[in-house]
Design a protein around this ligand. Sequence first.
Ligand SMILES: [Zn+2]
Length: 235
Amino acid sequence: MKKFTAIREECCEANRALPNTGLVDLTFGNVSVLDAAAGVFAIKPSGVAYAKLKPADMVLVDLDGKIVAGQLRPSSDAPTHRILFRAFSGVRSIVHTHSRHAVAFAQAAREIPNLGTTHADYFDGPVPLTRALTPAEIARDYEGETGNVIVERFRNLNPLDVPAALVRHHGVFVWGISAAKALETAQALEAIAQMALWTLQLRPAAPPIPTALHKKHFRRKHGPAAYYGQKANRL
Ligand SMILES: [Zn+2]
């Protein structure tokens, strides 16, 4: 499995970095990285402490859900990652966390409204919330159906312009062109959620950011007219 060394290393490094981001309590988080040409992704093994992870521990799974290589069981969230990779072309890495302020919105069943420029730098609109899973979906294929409700929520959204979803009652899935970029967006999302929570406490009816200011901030970082930062880091 030598040819998957690069995604194993990128995946391992990002998973090992998770505890230092403050996004994760205990082991509630995982990162995956896709080799799009091969249709194979690397993901954290289930129940292994982040600090102990080695590239060789990463489990390789194909886009049909078959384990290609790895001695350990993959994260139980692997089916969610698989469904998102299949549906969202251009996405190379997915981060899942239960970061606290974002989860507060997910548990309150509220999307995160776009209230300011920090949000607009990362998301072209509110951070969307999935619908509740039905009891039949939970019983049939809980993790796979979690992926399906995210894909369903994005039917009229571009996942490259809105690179995260709040899963109702659960947590967040965030994605990007690399593990580093997906991790950065996951950290930005948590900061945005905290800012939004405080804003709504101070002013429950706070209006969204004006459209012109939102578009200015989003477009200077994304798309053909982007001029902020370095091109390789843009989603
Ligand atoms: Zn979770």
